[in-house]
Design a binder for this molecule. Structure first.
Ligand SMILES: Nc1ncnc2c1ncn2[C@@H]1O[C@H](COP(=O)(O)OP(=O)(O)OP(=O)(O)O)[C@@H](O)[C@H]1O
Ligand SMILES: [Mg+2]
Length: 545
């Protein structure tokens, strides 16, 4: 197999090595042909085994770096090759955070999700109509009278889309609506316009003449960190609207909406009163990686690695790749198998494996140029540096989640909105607020001091941290949901601790009755925490047995 990178580097240096042989860590950036070719298939029935032709897989849920974008793009790539489907482009250009905040802040918390559902419905229908009006792919244009009818009769709700000469994206329509309607009264009147019902019916009727339309909405959350609570509401609304369209007997079979959302957005659904009414597990796929699947992933990557990266014979094993079988842990005065060592320093995410793998490969080439083999110290340094990055990133994600929990009541909401919608275009105020939360969270973890601690210490820390965060968030559970905090129970192997799994829905709250707790190993490299001394085993994250 040759990848695009192969060809590019081969052109540059005729026998040169492949850059980033583990692939691009960002599924949004990777070349689509590479992405499909390099995709690693899994067997079984869970989300990871989702097939590209599975039209029932509408909502892909996963942590940051779990592969959501890759699964979505792969499904789209498959659909574009089917003649009986109309697959739209992947949508990734979001409205601005300011627009999201402004719209959210028009509504009290109790109805804001409904409002977002309405907004998404309007944006999606407008986009659908623009596709109907300008559908060139099949050359089956609408009858002139239907086109006339759509363009004139529904002008009041279609806005700019009524005169469109090209298909318009859902995100572009959302932005247009948000910019157009700045008051609650105006937005409500617009979203509750009687023509929507009629238009939905009409659109469903017209769609019957076309192959089913597939829309792909990657709820990219580059922007999420700027205003977590507001983006959360917006994404929840999208989720519910997708579920609503699915249940719609007319549109459901003609309009296929595929989206991906963060695990945190998904988890938050279980805290709301809508949850059971709207959730349809048949259409939700969780990308849940665990120790076993991430090792399979690593193995599959090693199998594709060009031979020049291997230090020795022995098949595509981690030991043959890195040239050592064990790694010595000085502080704990122990040795461990090199693959165990790598894997436990990741968050069991494919992106972490890709990042670490590429970095180690770079070091292998650098050593080779000096006529040497990779040294054990170098392996440890790379792992430490990368694990530190993973740990810090996950702490930011956790801090953002806490920020979303601290959604202020309506009185304080105004000041808050000001942070995002004030004169400052870079959200420096909001950024400082977020950084403050992150710092506070790190300081709190550092006061616990050790990477493993007893229930008594857990209790005291839990009480302290709730007070620090104004009792409106449960930071211990946030750390747990982010895979940074685990617990020990009977029946586990030496050093093992149970970490959160989204597949296990009963467990959004950190179990408070465990005998012992453990921080994820990557935190040892990210912040000031003490590991156990000589003889103690390192923590190995596992799922609930
Ligand atoms: N089944 C798979 N086969 C091959 N590579 C995969 C697979 N699943 C995930 N990956 C890899 O994992 C990395 C992260 O994927 P991706 O960018 O899609 O994550 P994401 O969930 O969209 O993250 P974010 O929340 O940051 O947008 C990429 O390098 C991607 O190639
Ligand atoms: Mg993504």
């Amino acid at each position: 197999l040759t990848t695009r990178a192969d060809v590019l580097t081969a052109e540059a240096h005729p026998s040169g090595p492949v850059l980033d042989p583990f692939g691009d860590p960002d599924g949004a950036r990777a070349d689509i042909d590479d992405l499909v070719r390099e995709f690693i298939d899994f067997d079984g029935h869970d989300g990871l085994a989702t097939r590209p032709d599975d039209l029932t897989a509408r909502v892909i849920v996963g942590r940051k770096g779990a592969g959501k974008t890759v699964y979505l793009r792969r499904a789209r790539a498959h659909a574009t090759r089917q003649h009986d489907l109309y697959a739209d482009d992947l949508q990734q250009s979001l409205p601005t955070t300011t627009d999201i905040v402004k719209a959210s802040s028009l509504y009290p918390l109790s109805v804001v999700t409904e409002a977002w559902m309405g907004l998404w419905r309007a944006a999606i229908l407008r986009s659908v109509v623009s596709h109907l009006l300008n559908n060139r792919k099949f050359g089956i244009g609408l009858l002139t009278e239907d086109e006339e009818d759509l363009r004139t009769r529904y002008k009041a709700v279609l806005g700019g889309a009524h005169a469109s000469r090209t298909p318009l994206s859902v995100y572009s329509q959302l932005t247009e609506i948000l910019v157009r309607h700045r008051t609650r009264g105006g937005l409500d009147r617009y979203l509750h316009h009687r023509l929507w019902e009629e238009l939905e019916y009409r659109a469903a009727e017209l769609l019957r003449r076309f192959p089913p339309v597939c829309f792909y909405i990657d709820a990219v959350d580059e922007e999420f960190r700027h205003a977590p609570m507001f983006w959360l509401m917006c994404q929840r609304g999208l989720f519910y609207q997708v579920m609503r369209f699915l249940r719609d007997s007319r549109l459901g079979g003609r309009l296929h909406l595929f989206i991906c959302v963060r695990d945190h957005v998904y988890a938050s659904l279980f805290e709301s009163e809508h949850a059971t009414r709207y959730l349809d597990p048949r259409h939700i796929r969780l990308l849940e990686w665990d120790d076993g699947t991430i090792r399979q992933f690593l193995h599959a990557k090693l199998k594709r690695l060009p031979p020049e990266y291997f230090a020795g014979p022995g098949g595509p094993s981690t030991a043959a790749w890195l040239g050592v079988t064990e790694v010595r842990n000085e502080a704990r005065d122990r040795t461990e198998r090199v693959q165990d060592y790598l894997v436990r320093h990741t968050r069991l995410l494919p992106r972490d494996i890709v990042v670490m793998g590429n970095e180690l490969c770079r070091e292998i080439l650098a050593a080779r140029e000096r006529g040497q083999q990779l040294r054990p110290e170098t392996i440890r340094r790379v792992v430490r540096v990368e694990a530190g990055t993973f740990g810090r990133e996950q702490l930011s994600v956790a801090a953002n989640q806490i920020a979303a929990d601290l959604m202020p009541g309506s009185a304080a909401q105004k000041d808050f909105v000001e942070l995002y919608t004030g004169s400052d275009p870079n959200f420096t105020g909001a950024q400082a607020y977020q950084d403050g939360l992150r710092k506070k969270l790190i300081e709190f973890i550092e006061t616990i001091r050790d990477d493993r601690f007893s229930q008594a210490r857990f209790r005291r820390a839990d009480k302290r941290v709730r007070a620090q965060f104004e009792h409106s968030s449960d930071p211990m559970s946030v750390l747990w949901q982010n895979g940074l905090l685990g617990y020990v129970e009977d029946g586990l192997g030496e050093g093992e601790a149970v970490f959160y799994s989204a597949a296990d829905r009963s467990s959004l709250e950190v179990p408070r009755g465990a005998a012992e707790y453990a921080f994820h190993p990557c935190l040892l490299d990210a912040i000031r925490l003490k590991g156990g001394g000589p003889g103690t085993p390192p923590t190995t994250p596992v799922r609930r047995p």
